[in-house]
Every structure is written in structure tokens, then in C-alpha cells.
Write a protein that binds this ligand. Structure first.
Ligand code: BT5
Length: 263
């Protein structure tokens, strides 16, 4: 999962971080800044169990360097975690992070949450949150979480109209961001420990439950598209696609540029 991008200049990032507000929260050290390019890039220089939040990102990133709209009022957070002790477990990290986000948001009363492989958190069919996992150095990963809270990404990109959700639509009163961060990071910590102790297989059933029902999907690969029925994730977090002949093929996230639900 080595990142396609490299870290920004270490000294420049260190200088930026000296201006951060820093505090302890449930075993994590949180750094808060007003604006950064991408919280994942800046957090890449931090030690494990540190996390960075920014009010806004000027170049928020999605998978395959797609832009992520990070307007003020949203939660843009990157958490640094140790590399899993079993190297193959890293494939499941975006799903583990998605499970942490869903579990935390369920505690706040959000209903109808589901995961869309490999890294989307949806309310019904609208995207509430996205996860981006980067690895810049061998011993740790950066887990970036983008959660729409009070912001309106569709104002900044009209193509997102009717495709996004935000906490403000699902909750009458939104908890303080610090509380959301605390609960989310507590679940992330717990699930990373579980991943190390018991492997991805331990949370595979919970992740499969969060997909909802079986759906027909189209996968955009590098140079082709394939259709079939999403049949859950395997013990490594790979998507299992049942084709029209009934054969099951496993795909990892690096092979699939885009997943579209077509039924
Ligand atoms: C993702 O990528 O969903 C991963 C998003 C991760 C964002 C976090 S914020 C903190 C950290 N720092 C970063 O720079 N990134 C992480 P992907 O599956 O490629 O989805 C990207 C697509 O989602 C875009 O092409 C848009 O269609 C859509 N999108 C962009 N901004 C959105 C938003 N705020 N809410 C919902 N959908 C959005």
C-alpha cells in the first residue's frame, strides 16, 4: 500500500506542526491546525497514536488522487497507526477504519449506515464519509477519515449533488467534534489491536453485515470493466465478485478504480 505521493518536505511540515494546538484524548495525541494541503501528508511525519485534524484541506485526496472536497464544517482527520504485525492484514485496513467510523457513528444514533467497499461510509446511498489509507514509511500507516458534518461539499462540486450526506441531516444536535474524534479514535485503536491479535478474519462478519444486501455492481479496473454480484469480502478484505457464470473472483482495492452499484 505504498503511497503514490511522497511526503512533503520534512522541515516544512515540522515548522507547520509547531503552530498546532496539541492535546491528549483517550490515549491519542491530537494536533489541530486551521488549513493544510492534506492531513494525511502532514500526519505522515507523526509517530503512532498521534492524529491530525484540520478545519479545511486545500488539496484533500481520495483514492487514485481523486479530489476530496474539504470545506469548513467537516471533519478532516488523519490517524497514525502501527503497521499490522501480519503483513497481509494491511489490505483490510480501509475496511477496519470504515468499521470504526460506522461503529462510532452508530453510538451517536446515526441509522441506515453502510459500507461500500473498499472505503465509503454511506447513509442509504449517499456518501457520508470516505477513508484513505497511506503508507509512507514501513512501520506505520496513516488512516485518513473525511466525514461531512455541517459542511456542504455539493456547493463546491455540483456533481456531488444528491450523492452526499452529512451528520447535520441525520442528527438533531451534533456532538462536539472533539467527542466524535474521541469515540472514533477509541474504536480505531480497539480494532487495530483486534486486527493484530486475531487477524482480519475476526471482523470479517461485522464488515460483511455492513454492506447491507447483495447488489449487482460494476467494477472499473485499469483497462476494463467487469460486472457481477458483490458477494462479500474474503479473509483479507478483498472483494468477492460472483460473475454471471457463477464463478467467484477476488479483487483487491488497488485493482479497482471505482465500484458502482447498478441495482
Ligand atoms: C475517498 O476516496 O472516499 C477517500 C476520502 C478520504 C478523505 C480524507 S479527509 C482526511 C484525509 N486527508 C486527505 O487528503 N484525505 C483523507 P474516493 O473513494 O476516491 O472518493 C473520492 C470521490 O468522492 C470524489 O471523486 C467525489 O466523487 C466524492 N467526494 C469528494 N468529496 C466528497 C465529500 N466531501 N463528501 C462526499 N463525497 C465526496
Amino acid at each position: 500500500m505504498r503511497s503514490e505521493v511522497s511526503l512533503p518536505n520534512f522541515n516544512a511540515v515540522a515548522a507547520m506542526l509547531t503552530g498546532a494546538k496539541v492535546f491528549e484524548l483517550g490515549g491519542w495525541t491530537i494536533h489541530e491546525l486551521d488549513a493544510v494541503n492534506s492531513t494525511n501528508l502532514v500526519a505522515g511525519t507523526l509517530p503512532v497514536w498521534h492524529a491530525l485534524r484540520a478545519e479545511t484541506q486545500t488539496a484533500g485526496r481520495g483514492r487514485f488522487e481523486r479530489p476530496w472536497i474539504s470545506d469548513r464544517g467537516g471533519l478532516w482527520l488523519s490517524a497514525v497507526v502501527p503497521a499490522p504485525s501480519v503483513a497481509s492484514a494491511k489490505e483490510g485496513l480501509p475496511l477496519v477504519a470504515g468499521l470504526a467510523v460506522c461503529t462510532a457513528l452508530t453510538e451517536f444514533g446515526i441509522k441506515a449506515l453502510r459500507l461500500r467497499w473498499p472505503n465509503d461510509v454511506l447513509v442509504h446511498d449517499r456518501k457520508l464519509a470516505g477513508v484513505l489509507v497511506d503508507q509512507f514509511v514501513p512501520d506505520r500507516f496513516v488512516i485518513g477519515i473525511g466525514l461531512n458534518v455541517n459542511n456542504r461539499p455539493e456547493v463546491h462540486d455540483v456533481k456531488l449533488r444528491n450523492h452526499t450526506a452529512r451528520l447535520a441531516e441525520s442528527l438533531q444536535s451534533i456532538p462536539p467534534l472533539t467527542k466524535i474524534i474521541e469515540v472514533m479514535l477509541a474504536w480505531l485503536h480497539r480494532l487495530i489491536v483486534e486486527l493484530n491479535d486475531h487477524g482480519f478474519v475476526s471482523m470479517q462478519p461485522r464488515i460483511n453485515m455492513l454492506w447491507g444486501k447483495s447488489r449487482r455492481v460494476e467494477l472499473a479496473l485499469d483497462s476494463a470493466a467487469v460486472c457481477g454480484v458483490f458477494s462479500g469480502v474474503d479473509e483479507h478484505g478483498r472483494l468477492l465478485l460472483c460473475d454471471d457464470a457463477g464463478a467467484i473472483v477476488a479483487y483487491n482495492a488497488a485493482q479497482v478504480r471505482h465500484l458502482q452499484e447498478i441495482e
